[in-house]
Design a protein around this ligand. Structure first.
Ligand code: CUK
Ligand code: CUA
Length: 665
């Protein structure tokens, strides 16, 4: 205890000393001498580093062996994966295979993982990419609990469940109604429901309907997936969707505390434009931007779930759907006008304020949930839309509109009463004060733009530490920038995206840009940042013979010494072990045309003692972490000799960890 406090103090004193040194005696030669490391002043001078650069370096540098304070879970965009990054070092810790096969993790090459990917593909098709947008950490009482992570695939309307005990994807579900989604994933405060909102309206169940039947046949949707925490799975049969007008639903967020049980969702194209620039119609970008207001969808989820349980849903494509007429009549769905083509909707930590900002309007608009509830309760509507959904008066429910700058998109929060909003067109982050008790306790003027920091460039989402739950840490902000332009060395015409780390820990001082991290795998959208000590993942699998697909002992898992090969007609089944530095058996002999079922168990109990299993021609690469069992299955359709080998450099004799699959003609 004393030691760690002392070293923290020493570190802080060092940084301050460094700064003072540069400010007061920049001219003097010689300075902070580090044994074996040279002269800090000389290094700074040679590299052209300013005192601010050195402070930024000291704030992000992670000495060897030390761990980051936070994990950032970032979407991997159209890589289809999830990125795990340490903060503040911005070191990439892992890329979790989700919608795209990923050979290092053996993701998509074993029976079990192939099944998970296949379950997310429409019948008869194999989808092998996704466009991940919004990761959602599981929550308990509105606070991240570090158990599960969910993420959507915008391209194909799918949702994935990742178990954070081993950071592996366990389930992928295809939305049975829609081709695309966007307002997901977000979770309710106890992770009872995982929200997946639609994006581009379409006739359901993949049916054909011409665009001139848009209003009659095309529909929007939001799906509420029931999550079973004990099973670690979404339960489709206990899940349901709401039929929505064919506006294009956009982002959503779950209510919390006072607004627990309610869901908020943006929309655009309430004009119901159907494009057709080639036929002389206005293009979508103009057609979908004619009206001054679109509709914030306010959804009473508890009420909807009650109607679902009472049997008020119908089946579409085998899935439970609450008809629009029922939602409109029963008070499940209410609209509120929101300024023109909004994008982000973010519920503040107190659950009472909703911040909505939109691309074409320089303001953040703040809605007050208490007023929304009162207005719905009093039935004080201005009218109905053409689908019969009641509309509230904008002025009855809005508390503030704060001019922030150009192209405001997404908002996050900190514990000091500040909100942070990304400004896409301005390439900046705005820091501003919230209103209500939550902010007044910090003694600040409410609803005021305080400060801005430039980012590089065109920021989409931002993420503060635990910044969208009931108890934000603030502290660090990561800006997920779409364009990098000149920030990195030339890598050809396709440039990486740029994650920028910003220090927002000082409520009185300015925000400080600390670090640029290139992302060269896809275009990430949202990210969430969780305290590292909330992640309690396994170091090795609990038992030898563990099946990560079921998170239990695999009946085909073996202990070293139990290896065997059984032949039954044309079926050959192999139970193999992998230990440093050999497979057992090392020779596997089959005949051409045999159906091979091959179980491999890593018998190791040492942390990080992973073995791979790469088999040429048959397109197999497994990652067998300590204790893990995986199964592969194929028809030995070509005679020949196939050397298999361990793809992880596991020991000095790793190159000898090999064997032959012999397929006799
Ligand atoms: S979205 Cu990409 S910047 Cu999918 Cu949340 Cu806003
Ligand atoms: Cu096992 Cu290399």
């Amino acid at each position: 205890m004393f030691k760690s406090n002392f070293s923290k103090l020493a570190l802080a004193a060092g940084a301050v000393g460094l700064l003072l040194f540069f400010l007061t005696c920049g001219e003097r030669k010689g300075g902070v001498q580090v044994s074996g490391g040279g002269d800090l002043a000389a290094i700074a001078e040679a590299r052209g580093l300013t005192p601010a650069d050195l402070v930024a370096a000291a704030k992000t540098y992670m000495p060897t062996g030390r761990h980051d304070e936070y994990y950032l879970f970032g979407s991997g965009g159209h890589s289809g994966q999830v990125l795990v990054i340490g903060v503040p070092s911005m070191r990439l810790l892992k890329v979790i295979g989700v919608f795209t096969p990923e050979p290092w993790q053996g993701w998509g090459y074993s029976n079990e993982t192939r099944e998970v990917l296949k379950a997310g593909s429409p019948a008869g098709k194999e989808l092998n990419w996704g466009d991940t947008h919004h990761p959602a950490l599981s929550e308990t009482n509105g606070d991240y609990d570090g158990q599960f992570l969910f993420i959507n695939d915008k391209a194909n309307a799918r949702v994935a469940v990742i178990d954070l005990r081993d950071f592996e994807t366990k389930q992928i579900i295809k939305n049975p109604l829609s081709m695309s989604d966007h307002g997901g994933t977000f979770v309710t405060p106890n992770t009872d429901w995982v929200i997946e909102g639609g994006q581009y309206a379409m006739p359901w169940s993949g049916e054909y309907a011409p665009l001139d039947q848009y209003k009659e046949k095309y529909r929007g949707m939001v799906t509420f997936w029931k999550f079973d925490r004990a099973k670690g799975r979404i339960l489709p049969e206990q899940s349901f969707a709401l039929e929505l007008p064919p506006y294009w639903q956009d982002l959503s967020d779950a209510g919390k505390l006072v607004s627990d049980g309610w869901i908020f969702m943006n929309s655009f194209n309430t004009e119901m434009a159907t494009g057709g620039i080639e036929e002389g119609n206005p293009p979508f970008e103009a057609g979908a931007s004619q009206r001054d207001m679109d509709y914030l969808h306010v959804i009473n989820l508890n009420k909807a779930a009650e109607l679902f349980r009472a049997g008020k849903t119908t089946k579409i494509n085998g899935f439970n759907v609450l008809p629009l007429s029922v939602s409109a009549a029963e008070g499940v769905l209410t609209f509120i006008p929101e300024p023109k083509s909004p994008h982000g909707v973010d519920v503040a930590p107190d659950g009472n304020y909703l911040v909505i900002s939109g691309k074409l309007d320089p303001h953040a608009t703040v809605y007050n949930f208490t007023k929304i509830k009162a207005a719905i309760g009093s039935g004080n509507f201005s009218g109905k839309d053409e689908f019969g959904v009641p509309i509230l008066n904008f002025d009855d429910v809005v508390d503030a509109q704060i001019e922030l700058g150009l192209g405001p998109l997404h908002t996050q929060f900190d514990p000091n009463g500040y909100a942070y909003t990304s400004l896409f067109l301005e390439s900046a982050i705005a820091r501003w004060t919230m209103g209500g008790d939550w902010t007044q306790k910090h003694g600040k003027e409410p609803w005021t733009l305080v400060d801005k920091v430039s980012v590089h460039y065109n920021v989409g989402h931002i993420c503060t530490a635990e910044g969208d739950n009931v108890n934000p840490d603030g502290k660090y902000l990561v800006s997920l920038n779409k364009w990098a332009v000149d920030r990195f060395g030339n890598v050809g015409p396709l440039l990486p995206q740029n994650f920028q780390l910003i220090d927002v820990s000082d409520p009185r001082g300015a925000m400080q840009l600390l670090y640029d991290m290139p992302i060269g795998v896809g275009e990430p959208h949202y990210a969430q940042m969780i305290k590292a000590d909330k992640i309690n993942s396994w170091e090795v699998y609990p038992e030898v013979g563990w099946n990560p697909g079921t998170q239990s002992k695999d009946p085909n898992g073996i202990m070293p010494g139990q290896e065997k090969v059984e032949r039954n007609g044309k079926k050959v089944e192999i139970w193999m072990s992998a230990m440093r530095s050999h497979y057992n058996p090392e020779r596997v002999q089959v005949n051409k045309g045999d159906h091979v079922i091959w179980h491999i168990t890593n018998g190791e109990r040492a942390k990080d003692a992973t073995h791979g299993f790469g088999l040429p021609y048959y397109n197999v690469n497994l990652s067998l972490e300590p204790g893990e069992t995986q199964t592969i299955e194929f028809v030995a359709d070509q005679a020949g000799v196939y050397p298999f080998y361990c793809t992880e450099f596991c020991s000095a004799l790793h190159l000898e960890m090999t064997g032959y699959l012999l397929v006799k003609p």
